[in-house]
Design a protein around this ligand. Structure first.
Ligand code: LFR
Length: 492
């Protein structure tokens, strides 16, 4: 099977990639075939500019990557994952109605509070297990209630499912991503009739007919049917990028994970959801994972804060060398300034250095004076937020955590990894960088029968370890926790 190549498509908030994988001696060997930028575009709609994804550009990047791979390899399957919650609407002819809206667009401002007056937050959490985020699909749809597009729509497809529909003509809703909509019953792993009915009553939105059947990861959705592309099965993977990233964690036993990219998703893998009041208060989510598992985690604002600062500085015409900036930030006094990175004030794009400075001032913290101090404040604050989230996950789910796996692009950030080990008092194993692609590829290989019989989720994690062990770095916790305790107390 050396020549059998699986292709993963992974779209992140700032870039997309097509990664090829093949099995060799019990390992998934990966190669990045094609990378392309993901640049959102603001376009006027009536009175205001709305932030959109450039979805055709993304689709074109996918086509290019698949063509490149097929020229050089024997491609046998394809799987797609992207960020969560966002969707496209199709009309009765199957044509896309408008460009999908970016979850960071302000159309959802104030909408959740309105929805909660009809569908209480407690009821929603009990059914869906989903964290509160202002951009959850349910709130985006409520913001779009009464729009011409929604009135015309006959199908609602989350982004990976939309791209999959374009490739195969088959419309489904993959379960892990559907669990981020706020419309899915977490126990039944299917659409919640109760929530759909309540929405119809309260907002006059009849979403039921728009929603395609839910499929679990591993299902073969259909065959790619696009001129010039190989006619291979499209496999439903954990189409929520975080679900694939968690499959790609090289963990064993009592591990926690931090999937660190634009967001940091901090949590553990569970067999059953935790739907307690305390869990809702802690804003922990029970998003679905592969093989019936639950991803019990919290969204931490992540490297978005750093990316936005760097973007802002670069746009002001400065030469920004991130490696140098990180090296300088190592020299800054530790925990000089910390802010609450989970503040939703940081969600929207633009003006990040000013917003961070303002948050520091309001919290009575010394405002960073240099770029290096700003970067250090971000990394210290992230590590503090990871520590808070992991403690809460452990308490709420009553589970021990003995090691942290930090995967994704952030695993390259040595300072962040070291600070995370220090803040939590736990060893941090960093890598792989492309855990999402790895998790995506492993689910495809298993679906095609290439992993043999009986490989469960634990087995997938072992394969992830076998595949990635050479690129893993271990950070031991050093120093006392007292400084971190004090910083945490300051934030409270
Ligand atoms: C990470 C991620 C998170 C989700 C956020 C928005 O890429 O998918 O899991 O909460 O993006 O979709």
């Amino acid at each position: 099977t050396v020549n059998r190549t699986y292709l993963s498509v992974d779209l992140g908030a700032s870039s997309g990639r097509v990664v090829a994988g093949h099995l060799d001696d019990g390992r998934m060997v990966t190669e990045v075939i094609h990378r392309f930028d993901n640049v959102p575009v603001a376009v006027r709609e009536g009175g205001r500019e709305v932030l959109h994804w450039n979805v055709l550009r993304l689709y074109e990047g996918i086509l290019t990557g698949v063509r490149l791979a097929a020229r050089r390899r024997n491609v046998v399957s394809l799987g797609i994952d992207t960020w969560a919650v966002d969707y496209g609407l199709l009309d009765a002819d199957g044509a896309l109605l408008g460009n999908p809206v970016h979850y960071r667009d302000s159309r959802t401002d104030g909408v959740a509070a309105e929805v909660f007056t009809h569908l209480p937050a407690e009821m929603l959490y009990e059914r869906t297990g989903l964290q509160y985020q202002p951009f959850n699909t349910i709130f985006q749809l409520a913001a779009a209630a009464g729009s011409a597009q929604l009135a015309t729509a006959r199908r609602l497809l989350l982004l990976p499912d939309l791209l999959g529909y374009w490739l195969t003509g088959v419309a489904v809703a993959e379960a892990t991503n559907a669990s981020t909509t706020g419309l899915l019953d977490v126990a039944a792993r299917g659409w919640s009739a109760e929530i759909l009915l309540a929405l119809r009553g309260a907002l006059g939105m009849d979403l039921g007919p728009l929603l395609p059947p839910v499929v679990e990861p591993g299902t073969q959705i259909g065959t790619v049917d696009v001129a010039g592309l190989p006619e291979v099965p499209l496999v439903a993977v954990g189409s929520h990028d975080t679900a694939s990233a968690v499959v790609g964690v090289p963990g064993d036993g009592d591990f926690a994970y931090i999937s660190c990219g634009t967001w940091s998703l901090v949590g553990i893998e569970l067999a059953e959801p935790v739907l307690s009041e305390a869990s809702r208060d802690g804003n922990f989510t029970n998003e679905l994972g592969v093989d019936g598992s639950v991803r019990y985690l919290r969204n931490v604002m992540g490297l978005w804060l750093l990316q936005e600062c760097v973007r802002e500085w670069a746009e002001a015409g400065e030469e920004i060398d991130l490696a140098e900036l990180l090296a300088q930030s190592e020299e800054v006094t530790a925990l000089r300034c910390v802010v609450d990175v989970d503040d939703s004030a940081f969600l929207a794009p633009g003006g990040m250095p000013e917003r961070l400075a303002q948050a520091a001032a309001e919290a009575g913290e010394p405002v960073p004076r240099t770029r290096a101090e700003m970067v250090r404040a971000i990394l210290d604050s992230l590590a503090l937020a990871y520590r808070r989230a992991l403690r809460a996950a452990s308490d709420l789910a009553e589970r021990e955590i003995s090691v942290i796996h930090l995967v994704g692009g952030g695993s390259r950030n040595e300072l962040l990894c070291r600070l995370t080990a220090e803040a939590t008092g736990l060893p941090v194993i960093a890598g792989p960088v492309e855990s999402t692609a790895l998790g995506n590829l492993l689910v495809q290989a298993r679906s095609l029968g290439d992993l043999g019989e009986g490989v469960d989720l634990t087995g997938l994690h072992r394969l992830a370890l076998a595949s990635a062990h050479q690129e893993l770095t271990r950070y031991e916790p050093r120093g006392g926790r007292a400084d971190w305790d004090a910083a945490e107390a300051r934030l409270r």
